[in-house]
Write a protein that binds this ligand. Sequence first.
Ligand SMILES: Cc1cc2nc3c(=O)[nH]c(=O)nc-3n(C[C@H](O)[C@H](O)[C@H](O)COP(=O)(O)O)c2cc1C
Length: 183
Amino acid sequence: MNFNEFYQLVKKRFSCREFSSEKVPREMVEKFLRAGIEAPSGRNCQLLQFRIFDNPKKITELSTAVAEIKTKLGSPIFRPENFDPIFYAAPVVVFIGADRKSPSEWKMSDACFAAQNIFLAAAAADFATVAIGSARYFEKFPEIKARFFSTDFEILLAFSLGRPAGDLKQKAPRRDLQVFWEN
Ligand SMILES: Cc1cc2nc3c(=O)[nH]c(=O)nc-3n(C[C@H](O)[C@H](O)[C@H](O)COP(=O)(O)O)c2cc1C
């Protein structure tokens, strides 16, 4: 892959908020996650774990739980008209986390580096993703989180994955590059 092809891939990735219901083969999901574990990790700790949901009923329950938490926090739910305004009814939702007891101070950075690799891998195969930061709110409500996860799993980030519904390839516009060469 040359630089232009790589740059096209980077531009191709966008946050998808409307997914087709087409199932994603589990082997495919695991292929994308493998790109994630190629990402750098602080002190090479490689401590990320992936908890994956592909049962639509369970994903709806997760969405309802996050919406319940957001309501408790007084945090706005964007696009409430959407059937699933949290995970956008994606066929797959992945939670990236780590064992709460692992001492690394870089867990969150590790999760973000891994996520971007996964997102680009998915885009290369014409799948779409969206990061779901609000999934972290589960950490504020252990009793709600316990419906889905064990307490030792610390949620760092989640994302939805699937085929985009229709031709929705709209990436949010970017501000100008802010560059300051310091001499
Ligand atoms: C850490 C993080 C958390 C995010 N959380 C959400 C979220 O909870 N829901 C959502 O719809 N988008 C979420 N996004 C997606 C951003 O809104 C999106 O990346 C941004 O608008 C730029 O658009 P683009 O990804 O299409 O380039 C999140 C992105 C990041 C990096």
